[in-house]
Design a protein around this ligand. Sequence first.
Ligand SMILES: C[S@@+](CC[C@H](N)C(=O)[O-])C[C@H]1O[C@@H](n2cnc3c(N)ncnc32)[C@H](O)[C@@H]1O
Length: 270
Amino acid sequence: MNQSVSTAPAPDRSSATGVTRFERYMQIHGSIDGWFSRESAAIWDSLLEFQAADGVRGNMLEIGVWEGKSAALTAMHARPGETVHLADLDLKIEPIQRALGAARPEPGVEFTTIAGDSRDLNVSPLVAEEFGRHRFIHIDGEHTARAVTNDLALANQLLAPQGVVVVDDFFSWLYPQITEAVLRYVRQFPDDFALFLCGYNKAYLARPHYVHRYLEACATRLPAQLEARGVVSTIAKTTYPAELNTFGIGPRFQEMPLRGPDWDPKTIRV
Ligand SMILES: C[S@@+](CC[C@H](N)C(=O)[O-])C[C@H]1O[C@@H](n2cnc3c(N)ncnc32)[C@H](O)[C@@H]1O
C-alpha cells in the first residue's frame, strides 16, 4: 500500500539566487495540473514559514493529491527528517513524481504515497505510528460530507498540538456539504479543533490551546506576507471573538488590508 517516491532532491539555492521559495513555487505552479490558487499558495507559504519560525516540526499529509500541485509547495517546506505522505484513491505516480522533482525538496525529506480510499486510513498503521505527529494536513479528497467527516476524524488522530488542518472547498457553492461537515465537526469536537481562518475556498483549523498563535499570525504577519507575495487581500474579523473567533480572507475590501467590525473597522480583536 505504501510506496516511497524518489524525487531527485536538489539543494535549495533560494538565498544564492535571491529567488524566494514562493517565487520558486510560482515558477512551477503553472506547469502542474490541479486546483490550487496563487492566493491559497501564498497563505500556505506564510503559515508554513510561521511554523518554521515558531519551531513547529512534524510530518505532513495530503488526502487528494491529483498531480501534486499543492503537494509541491508542502514538499518545498518539509525539512530533513520529516515525511510527506501523499494519499489518493487513484495515484498518478508519474505526474506526482514530476511535481515533487520540480519542487526540489531538501535532501533528507521522505515521501510516501498511499493508494486507496482515505476511509481505510483510519484503520491503517499510520494512525498508531504517527499519532499526533503531523504539523500540516490538507484534506482535498472525496468531496462528500461523509468523506470529509472521516478525513477530519483521521486528522484529529494525526495532528500535532501545534499543527494546522486545511480543508478544501469550504464555502464553495458547488460543495455546500463540505462547509456543513467542517462546521459540524468543529462544533462536535470543540476541544480538538478551532476554525481560525477561512477564504479562497479553504478552511484552516488548529488545536484550541494553540490557535491563539495562528490568530496572532493572521492579524500581525499575514497582511504584509500576502502583500509581499503579490496577493492583494483583506483579512477581516467582523465580530467579537466570543461570537466566532475566525478571520475571513478575500479580495481587497474598502482598501483595508485588515478589517474589523462594521461599527469599528480599524479594531482587530484576537
Ligand atoms: C480536487 S483533486 C485534488 C487536487 C490537488 N490537491 C491539487 O493540488 O490539485 C481530488 C483528488 O481526490 C482524490 N480522491 C477522491 N476520492 C478519494 C478518496 N475517497 N480517498 C482518497 N482520495 C480521493 C481524487 O482521485 C483526486 O485526485
